[in-house]
Design a protein around this ligand. Structure first.
Ligand code: ATP
Ligand code: PMV
Length: 431
């Protein structure tokens, strides 16, 4: 059984679509789990059943003729493009010779979806609780943690483990293989190529990320050429950059759900057409925003180093932050202010509601509270969510002070590890 984390995209939205710029993505404690079981081997067809018991009609069963591995058929006539793409790509890549019947079960932590019309169910061990929804997955509201990326990354690991007996997600080469396969499947299912930050973070955890050249993946989708696919997954250097980066100790991420929701593709197309029509102005905005994004990353790294090398001094700084003195964190505070300033400029000049006035008011208020280093609209922004960086000891006070501000703080935190193997016994009674 394997799991992948959800994400909060703190800095680098839009810019990261261009390989020139990097983004900072934080992996979260809300995870997606996939358990695979080989039911039989050697029959007439390959049958792969993917069950997601928390959702109504959450059962997609594909029959596959191994001589045509990309032509899988769902037996109920149901659609789940992310599951189908993952199965098709992995079967083309592996081209197995022996038929298998496989059952894969998916679980997703509560943070991914709105909890209305759902009931909790706990495993026999008492260690795992999931929300069971009365609607199909497509009708349950999402919170923006990247459920499809978590699904594709964990499903890729689970399905590969049915063909590669000793799959070890702690091995760098294996993790890279899973990342490449998951990235291709996710692009195929979306029918467009985003930067891939969500799949990278679902695989590698909290990272500073630079994207790959979209042409690499386009060619798989256009040709379905197996040799090209295998070479792309196993041998080609994608030139992505993935450096580990985590929040310093004592500083926590709070993610707030806002009533509403935004369509990322619409925001992206507005921003990109503004960028095209205003080349020199947008370059100026992109470069200054990038400087602030990168100084946020280096500011957090500096704090991380300080917390290890001068723990007593760092502890005193954190205590004064809780008391409202932010001066020891000035580089982080001012880079977050810079990020917001330039996202607001992009909002006003492109017409895409990246940081709408409603979020400006909320974030300004949050930033005035003791213990808050700053806050941003994550990812593409809009009406999905806000993220704050807060001293751990100030969290109860921040929650209390924002009670009347139309924001619901999600029950999650940073968990910097990407894909990991899980102890299946903790899930018994849920299958
Ligand atoms: N637990 C699950 N079980 C089965 N399928 C799932 C599950 N979670 C997500 N999916 C698939 O992913 C789709 C949602 O993907 P989509 O890209 O729209 O959202 P997202 O990845 O959560 O978005 P965002 O990047 O805004 O967080 C679902 O419609 C379904 O096909
Ligand atoms: C706008 C963009 O840079 C980020 C979108 O982030 P999110 O889906 O809003 O978390 C698009 C992308 O990187 O694929």
């Amino acid at each position: 059984m394997f799991s992948a984390p959800g994400k909060a995209f703190l800095a680098g939205g839009y810019l990261v679509l261009d390989p020139k710029y990097r983004a900072f993505v934080v992996a979260l404690s809300s995870r997606m789990y996939a358990h695979a079981e080989i039911v039989s081997e050697g029959g007439d067809t390959t049958e792969i059943s993917v069950r997601s018991p928390q959702f109504l009609e959450g059962d997609w069963t594909y029959k596959v003729d191994l001589s045509r591995p990309t032509q899988s058929q769902e037996v109920h006539g149901r659609k789940n493009p992310f599951i189908k793409a993952t199965l098709d790509i992995i079967l083309l890549y592996l081209s197995p010779k022996v038929n298998k019947s496989i059952v894969i079960t998916i679980f997703s932590d509560a943070g991914y979806h709105s909890q209305t019309n759902s009931v909790p169910k706990t495993s026999e061990s008492g260690k795992r609780t999931f929300r069971y929804h009365s609607q199909p997955i497509t009708e349950v509201s999402k919170t923006g943690l990247g459920s499809s990326a978590g699904l594709v990354a964990s499903l890729t690991a689970a399905l590969l483990s049915c063909y590669v007996e000793t799959l070890d997600v702690k091995n760098d080469a294996t993790l890279n293989q899973i990342h490449n396969l998951a990235q291709i499947s996710h692009c195929l299912a979306q029918g467009k190529i985003g930067s891939g930050f969500d799949v990278a973070s679902a695989t590698f955890g909290s990272i500073v990320y630079r994207r790959f050249d979209p042409e690499l993946v386009n060619k798989v989708i256009e040709t379905w050429d197996r040799e090209y696919l295998v070479n792309l997954v196993d041998n080609v250097d994608w030139k992505i950059e993935i450096s580990k980066c985590a929040l310093p100790s004592g500083v926590k991420l709070l993610m707030g759900d806002i009533v509403g929701g935004s369509e990322t593709p619409k925001l992206v197309s507005k921003v990109l057409s503004w960028r095209k029509e205003n080349a020199s102005r947008s370059l100026e905005v992109w470069e200054t925003l990038n400087k602030n994004n990168m100084s946020l990353v280096s500011g957090l790294e500096r704090l991380q180093t300080m917390s290890k090398e001068q723990p007593e001094t760092y502890k005193l700084l954190l205590q004064s932050l809780v008391a409202g003195n932010k001066s020891g964190f000035q580089d982080v505070v001012s880079s977050i202010q810079g990020i917001r300033k330039y996202l607001k400029i992009m909002t006003q000049e492109s017409g895409a509601e990246i940081e709408p006035d409603q979020q400006t008011k909320l974030l300004d208020y949050c930033m005035s509270l003791d213990g808050v280093l700053g806050g941003v609209v994550p990812g593409a922004g809009g009406y999905d969510a806000v993220c704050l960086l807060v001293a751990e000891d100030s969290i109860p006070q921040v929650i209390e002070n924002t009670q009347n501000h139309s924001v619901t703080w999600l029950d999650l935190r940073e968990q910097e590890l990407g894909l990991r193997q899980e102890d299946v016994s903790e899930f018994s009674g849920l299958f």
